[in-house]
Design a protein around this ligand. Structure first.
Ligand SMILES: CCCCCCCCCCCCCCCC(=O)SCCNC(=O)CCNC(=O)[C@H](O)C(C)(C)COP(=O)(O)OP(=O)(O)OC[C@H]1O[C@@H](n2cnc3c(N)ncnc32)[C@H](O)[C@@H]1OP(=O)(O)O
Ligand SMILES: NC(=O)C1=CN([C@@H]2O[C@H](COP(=O)(O)OP(=O)(O)OC[C@H]3O[C@@H](n4cnc5c(N)ncnc54)[C@H](OP(=O)(O)O)[C@@H]3O)[C@@H](O)[C@H]2O)C=CC1
Length: 500
């Protein structure tokens, strides 16, 4: 049977969401590991004053593409951007482009979505559900289509604790969408992704379909290099906030499984699923839960430990305080620490800014942080069990060579090493900080530690003085402790003179 790279040779691939985090990694891996692929058609919209061509050429200049550039400096010739706004009727693709796509596309990867948890329901439905439906209609007009791969999320059915690789009944009948009385999901994102799965499944008698359900997608594990990440989504923003010493507390369950999955693992599985769907043409849509928890579990408490230790060794520049975040599942405890470790220092710092004639900003930053972590806590406070039989089945169909090139065997993942590279990745690729500045960043942390020691000592002395002045008992304790110290010191001196 043809290897994965052999299968993609000469194929025309259509990708939505190629400018996003996962889409970029998909484009890069296809170009690097399937160098004979014919053309990648990317559905892109103009954005922020840039045309779609400018956006795609900027994307190809990014460091992620360094290895591809080395192997094939002309790789951009394989990329054809197609103008498309997915929320518009017929995806706003011109008739000429429709003609072109329907005549040649062999495989579709549908990655585009809004992943914001606070997206207004109407827009989330428009993009995650209705655009998916429209893309499926376009797919049905394609004469040579062999597979349609839809990227969903492992949390589409987060109202269940155990999640099989099946499509569950939708939270509401998709055609009654806008009159739905309640979400029955923590946010509009998971709700609309569940509906999208249902919409996709309904076309599975007409198309060969695969559905990939990744859990929390994190930085790359191995490819194209360890630690690549380019956004603040999910845990990345939390890690950065903790590394900067801003985030000191968060509600999470230490013992719950932290189901992170590296982006390169998801993309390798996606490409392998594309190959399997096209070659084996399964009768029903196959769902692949792409998770780590059941195979190589790691917990939020362990993540906290390794993130803190990594940022102490490789500090971020200009940290607000020394990294020292603690997670707790106790609501009251968390509220206490929010008050003491977030709001109080923010208040003092803003006061300092005001007094020095600058604009106060710390409280505003903390309010935004609290909004963001408030939306994530649902996922860090409980755990789920995902069945991953289809992932194992797919692995068993790969040749030994493909298992190496398209590795998605997370049993080999060494978590402490992965988290270290992840934290360094946020520093290098999200914050664009230079590794050569680490000695200065360490020096800054030492300065912060000394400020904290001085502040704590002054505070202690102040409290003690106030206490001693008011209570006879406190004075007695004080004299007792001081005389004990003197006795201990003189005993220590005497014994050291004797031994000399
Ligand atoms: C050590 C501790 C260990 C414990 C650690 C526990 C981790 C527990 C993770 C669970 C994770 C579950 C994940 C579910 C699994 C999916 O299904 S994955 C899909 C994941 N989707 C997301 O993560 C999206 C969540 N984000 C959102 O919904 C919105 O961004 C938020 C959080 C509501 C914020 O909205 P907003 O205030 O309007 O801000 P937004 O426009 O997004 O961004 C404004 C600016 O802030 C930046 N920013 C955004 N978010 C952040 C952030 N978190 N921090 C800093 N800056 C940020 C943006 O880059 C942007 O910068 P500029 O472009 O203005 O320069
Ligand atoms: N990140 C994660 O942790 C997880 C992600 N997923 C799923 O993986 C997929 C990719 O996620 P990720 O890469 O992280 O998301 P990103 O937000 O990074 O990328 C989203 C992509 O969709 C495109 N897009 C959004 N709106 C439109 C529109 N109206 N018209 C055309 N294109 C549009 C964006 O284009 P533009 O650049 O123009 O905005 C971008 O390319 C999604 O389906 C998501 O649900 C699943 C589980 C976890």
């Amino acid at each position: 049977m043809a290897s994965i790279a052999d299968y993609y040779a000469g194929k025309n691939v259509l990708i939505t969401g190629a400018t996003g985090f996962m889409g970029k990694v998909l484009v890069e891996k296809l170009l690097r590991s399937c160098p004979e692929v014919r053309t990648l058609y990317l559905l892109v919209r103009p954005k922020a004053g840039q045309s779609m061509q400018e956006r795609v050429s900027d994307m190809m200049k990014c460091k992620l593409f360094d290895r591809v550039r080395e192997d094939n400096p002309d790789f951009h010739q394989k990329i054809v951007p197609i103008s498309s706004e997915l929320t518009q009727p017929a995806l706003a693709i011109s008739p000429e482009d429709v003609e072109r796509l329907t005549s040649c596309v062999n495989i579709i990867f549908h990655c585009a979505a809004t992943i914001r948890f606070d997206e207004p329901l109407k827009h989330a439905l428009q993009l995650n559900v209705i655009a998916t439906q429209q893309l499926l209609s376009l797919a049905q007009q394609m004469h040579h289509l062999q597979a349609f791969i839809h990227i969903s999320t492992a949390y589409a059915n987060c109202n269940r604790r155990h999640i099989d690789e099946i499509i569950y009944p939708p939270p509401v009948e998709p055609k009654n969408l806008l009159s739905a009385p309640e979400l029955r999901r923590p946010n509009t994102y998971t709700y609309t992704k569940a509906l999208a799965e249902c919409v996709v499944q309904r076309e599975s008698s007409k198309l060969s379909i695969g559905i990939i359900r990744p859990s929390i997608v994190g930085a790359s594990w191995q490819e194209p290099f360890p630690g690549w990440i380019d956004n603040f989504n999910g845990p990345s923003g939390v890690f950065i906030a903790a590394g900067k010493g801003i985030l000191r507390t968060m509600r999470a369950n230490n013992d719950a499984v932290a189901d992170l999955i590296p982006v390169d693992v998801v993309i390798n599985l996606t490409l392998a699923a594309g190959w399997y769907t096209a070659v084996h043409r399964p009768k029903a849509a196959l769902v692949y839960n792409c998770t780590t928890g059941g195979i190589n579990p790691f917990h939020w408490g362990e993540i906290e430990h390794h993130v803190m230790s990594s940022f102490k060794r490789n500090p971020l520049e200009q940290a607000f305080r020394r990294p020292n975040a603690n997670i707790t599942s106790n609501y009251l405890m968390n509220q206490y620490w929010v008050l003491v470790s977030h709001k109080f220092p923010a208040l003092i710092y803003d006061l300092y800014l005001r007094l020095s004639g600058q604009k106060p900003q710390m409280m505003r930053i903390f309010n935004r942080l609290h909004k963001a972590i408030g939306l994530l806590e649902y996922f860090s406070s409980q755990d789920w069990e995902w069945n991953s039989e289809n992932m194992n089945m797919l692995m068993s169909h790969l040749s030994p060579e493909d298992r190496k090139t398209f590795n998605f065997d997370v049993r080999q993942l060494n978590w402490p090493e992965y988290i270290e590279n992840y934290c360094i990745g946020t520093k290098k690729y999200v914050l664009n900080e230079d590794m050569s500045d680490i000695p200065a960043a360490r020096q800054h942390l030492r300065k912060l530690r000394n400020i904290r020691y001085t502040f704590n000592t002054l505070l202690l002395v102040f409290i003690w003085r106030v206490f001693i002045a008011r209570s006879q008992m406190a004075r007695n304790i004080w004299y007792f402790v001081v005389s004990l110290c003197f006795k201990f010191l003189s005993y220590f001196r005497a014994s050291s003179t004797l031994t000399n």
